[in-house]
Design a protein. Structure first.
Length: 283
């Protein structure tokens, strides 16, 4: 699963794969319903109070802000509209019918982490309806050495973290929308770096030598021979796979290509370090 391939594929079906961007009314609904939390950055305007004109303040970890005249004000869990009403009420003894507006500049309390094999790992604001493909795109897309799976760690209601596994090849290549899940605050999206392994195809093939493949992208005997350029005209259809175990002991595995291509025998999946030898036909 190479980056260029997926980016091309992604942009081809972006309009129906990741979902449309937020419509204006959807964005307004999100801002209206959003509950303010720690680390959010607010811009407060009270037109009748010069000290509170374009006043920028970050919500503390205890869910409060400090303002001129009012000192500490609890804002955690309030919507934008609720905070405007509360501030106008608290300012009543200083200003009659104060006109208060609140703008949420940064939604720091609603964030997800994207780590691993993406171009720009980091924390991303979860503003509105964001799904897995959209957050991967925000993180610059997959790197060339990305694995074929993404692991999403999500904290449950009991506080116990649960893990979700997403098949990225099925999501990107097949457009399986069941896998394009919506993200939740504090999700951690981990796309591991895949291990590159070597498979060796020697003998009567057009390009003998080592093949570099991803461990997660399993390669079969027929695929390996095809990647090595295919058989030469004088190649035998009886090949041997040499495999070493953890202790270095070699095992010879015979395979008949004709039987495999006819479906009489399974197409074996190769392992790291396997050596496929295609001899010359004696006929």
């Amino acid at each position: 699963m190479r980056l260029k391939i997926y980016l091309i594929g992604f942009f081809v079906f972006a309009s129906w794969t990741i979902g449309l961007p937020l419509l204006p009314q959807e964005s307004e609904t999100f801002v209206k319903d959003y509950r303010i939390g720690p680390r959010d950055l607010l811009v407060i305007n009270v037109y009748e109070v010069p000290e509170l004109k374009e006043f920028t303040v970050r919500v503390s970890e205890d869910g409060s802000i400090t303002l001129p005249y009012l000192q500490s004000v609890k804002v955690n869990g309030l919507t934008k509209d609720e905070l405007e009403i509360r501030l106008a009420s608290l300012l009543e003894k200083y200003v009659k019918k104060a006109q208060v507006s609140v703008f949420i500049k940064e939604y720091q309390s609603q964030r997800v982490a994207v780590i691993g094999a993406v171009d720009k790992p980091g924390m991303y604001e979860l503003v509105g309806r964001i799904n897995l493909l959209q957050i991967i795109t925000q993180a610059g897309g997959l790197t060339e050495n990305a694995a074929n799976e993404a692991f999403i760690q999500r904290e449950g209601q009991s506080g116990i973290a649960a893990g979700l596994t997403i098949d990225l090849e099925d999501l990107f290549t097949n457009g399986n929308q069941k896998l394009n899940i919506p993200l939740q605050p504090n999700d951690i999206v981990n796309i591991p770096v895949d291990k590159i392994i070597n498979i060796y195809v020697m003998g009567q093939v057009k390009s003998p030598g080592a093949l570099e493949v991803k461990m997660s992208k399993k390669i079969t005997l027929l695929q390996a021979i095809a990647k090595a350029g295919g058989l030469t005209p004088g190649a035998s259809k009886s090949v041997t796979i040499t495999r070493k175990d953890k202790n270095g002991k070699e095992t010879k595995i015979p395979a008949n290509l004709n039987d495999i291509m006819k479906g009489k025998k399974p197409n074996p999946v190769l392992q790291e370090g396997d050596v496929v030898y295609v001899p010359e036909s004696i006929f």
